[in-house]
Design a protein around this ligand. Structure first.
Ligand SMILES: [Zn+2]
Length: 261
């Protein structure tokens, strides 16, 4: 991975954090990561496909408020939890890093992982309720397949063993309910995983509210097919551009609020 590509990816990961904040999915807790091949310090020891170390970019600990995350804040970790190329910075890693590392290790097609403690989608997990694809096929594609459920352990995912167990549940799934805890989203790229996290939250709230007053009907699966095909080709969702341009053009918006689209 060349320096320019890595710089652009770091910027995208930082923007993802700001979007998750703006849409109410997190304030301090929560992290987006992206898979990289690290060719800096320790690259000679790597076994990555391109000759670098299999690694990912992620937010460090102590937590930076999600609306303040910038590309330079991010750190690089390998799948064993070692921080790479930190150059003497006094930083450490987020406690739930094994979620990210073990998903990347187990699922080579995953390019990005997001973990949040977002309210509405997590609540639907508590309730064992289905989040319905109610509107906008591109966004509803996020819930075309129900999130898998991880209920073996309801604590924070701080050990490699826990991370492996979560990753083991995510074969073929783009989302996972961590019961009594939060959500995990994966995608081929940061943009898709971010849109999925936001769309899932919005649809979870809409499903819950609609069920209070009636019997909402989901979009037919045929309506979701073009969006799912675009996703399968690795295309970046159009709504990503709308989201991040709006957030960066409206600094006064940087306060947590309910998810909206
Ligand atoms: Zn968590």
């Amino acid at each position: 991975m060349d320096e320019q590509a890595l710089a652009e990816l770091r910027e995208t990961v930082a923007i993802s954090h700001r979007l998750l904040y703006r849409t109410g999915l997190g304030t301090t807790r929560g992290h987006t990561s992206a898979r990289i091949s690290w060719t800096g310090e320790r690259a000679g020891e790597g076994d990555g496909a391109s000759g670098g170390v299999d690694a990912f970019v992620i937010k460090p600990w102590p937590h930076i408020q999600m609306h303040r995350v910038r590309a330079d804040d991010l750190i690089v970790m390998d799948f064993d939890g070692n921080i790479l190329g930190a150059e003497g910075r006094r930083i450490t890693k987020v406690s739930e890093w094994p979620i990210h590392a073990e998903i990347y290790r187990a699922h080579p097609g995953v390019g990005a992982v997001i973990h949040t403690h977002q309210k509405w989608a997590t609540m639907m997990g508590f309730a064992g309720a289905t989040i319905l694809p109610l509107l906008d096929p591109e966004l509803s594609a996020a819930v075309a397949h129900e999130p898998v459920v991880f209920d073996e352990d309801k604590a924070l995912i701080r050990s490699v063993e826990q991370g492996k167990a979560v990753a083991g549940r995510m074969h073929g799934a783009n989302a996972c309910h961590l019961q009594n805890h939060g959500m995990v989203f994966t995608g081929p790229n940061v943009e898709t995983a971010t849109v999925d996290a936001i769309a899932t939250e919005h649809l979870a709230e809409m499903t819950w509210r609609a069920r209070l007053i009636g019997s909402p009907e989901a979009l037919p699966s045929l309506a979701l097919r073009p969006a799912l095909d675009r996703r399968a080709r690795g295309e970046i969702p159009e709504s990503w551009l709308h989201y991040w341009k709006w957030v960066d053009a409206n600094p006064e918006s940087l306060r947590p609020r309910s998810a909206d689209i």
